[in-house]
Design a protein around this ligand. Structure first.
Ligand code: FE2
Ligand code: FE2
Length: 346
């Protein structure tokens, strides 16, 4: 029996209703465990054969406890994620944050499990942030800084932070790109022996470095054909747009603002927006340039598949030999940082 038929046979867990509009985002099923009422409506995603788009079926109304037997049934069916409507993410955020805090306080839980929930909490926050209007973005940034405090503890606790980050890598898209860059940044800054406040500030900067892309229409960001000059200009303005958005936030240090502004500058002067060269670029921006490229290579894009991490490291090295885009010292440290990770030996 196909999985879809199997799911449809479990109609008892589904509440019939009209197909809701708007976007959806996923949450791990495990977050709904316990006796707490869920402050948002929970949906199940199915893809019936021949249907052009997935369907979202309501499986727990807002304000009710997610029944344990439904959870068990979904686990049997190997369904690990549920969905919420994007417009309900403001209600979901404190709920997910609370669950993450409970997990952090639980002594019996391992660091990897805590990291997985931290990943989900940070990703939900970033998805929420990237969907906001420009005027409301800077007010939300303090939450991101609090998340960094927790993610920092998890990274410091970990024997193999590079391996942990690559292990957590699950989602695609702009918010996930920020989160992966942030986790890599926390691990790498720790490897470089930086002070705690600088490790956290670099992690926070990496988390929000592409916030300026929220001003570029999605159709341009996802365009499969070559971009026009105007479209390219819009994309290349995102470091400046990010700088302006973050300028109003009291949690953003000057180094973070500079790093956001310069994260697409290349050490050979071929980058944007200012075409700066190696020593003119802030050291954090030179690091973020490496994190950003590595993250992009290891992630799937709609026009190409993800590359294995080892191959991406080779590609960064070749990029340095041929074009001198990256800071050679930071690049060689970054390669050593990840080469020592257990996951690259697989
Ligand atoms: Fe960028
Ligand atoms: Fe980026």
């Amino acid at each position: 029996m196909s999985r879809i038929k199997e799911i449809l046979r479990t109609k008892s867990i589904l509440i019939p209703g009209r197909q809701p509009g708007g976007g959806f985002q996923s949450l791990p099923l495990g977050l709904l465990a316990g006796e707490t009422a869920v402050p948002f409506t929970v949906y199940l995603k199915i893809r019936p054969r021949g249907h052009p788009r997935p369907l979202y079926l309501q499986c727990c109304p807002k304000g009710e406890v997610f029944p344990r037997r439904w959870q068990a049934r979904m686990q049997e069916l190997k369904i690990s994620r549920v969905y919420i409507r994007r417009e309900e993410s403001p209600q979901a955020l404190p709920f997910v944050q609370q669950k993450f805090n409970e997990m952090l306080a639980a002594k019996a839980r391992g660091n990897r499990e805590k990291a997985r929930w931290g990943y989900e909490a940070a990703l939900l926050w970033l998805q929420h942030l990237f969907a906001l209007e420009r005027d409301h973005l800077s007010e939300e940034l303090e939450i991101g800084f609090n998340l960094i405090e927790n993610l920092y503890e998890i990274i410091m606790e970990e024997k193999d932070p590079g391996g942990l980050v690559l292990d957590l890598w699950r989602q695609e898209g702009l918010p996930a790109h920020g989160l992966h860059s942030c986790l890599l940044g926390l691990g790498f800054a720790r490897y470089l022996g930086w002070q705690e406040k600088d490790v956290k500030a670099l992690g926070f900067t990496a988390l929000v470095h592409d916030v300026g892309l929220t001003e570029v229409p999605r159709a341009i960001l996802e365009k499969p054909n070559p971009l026009t000059r105007i479209e390219k200009g819009l994309i290349q303005n995102h470091p400046r747009a990010g700088f302006t958005i973050l300028w109003n936030s009291p949690v953003c240090r000057w180094q973070s603002l500079l790093t956001v502004m310069q994260h697409h500058e290349n050490c050979d002067g071929s980058g944007y927006p200012e075409r700066l060269k190696l020593r003119q670029i802030h050291p954090w921006a030179r690091i973020l340039r490496i994190l950003d490229s590595f993250e992009a290579m290891v992630s799937t894009r709609h026009w190409r598949a993800a590359r294995p991490p080892k191959e991406a490291l080779w590609s960064l090295r070749r990029g340095w030999e041929k074009y001198r885009i990256y800071d050679p010292d930071y690049l060689s440290h970054f390669i050593k940082f990840l080469a020592g990770s257990r996951i690259l030996g697989k």
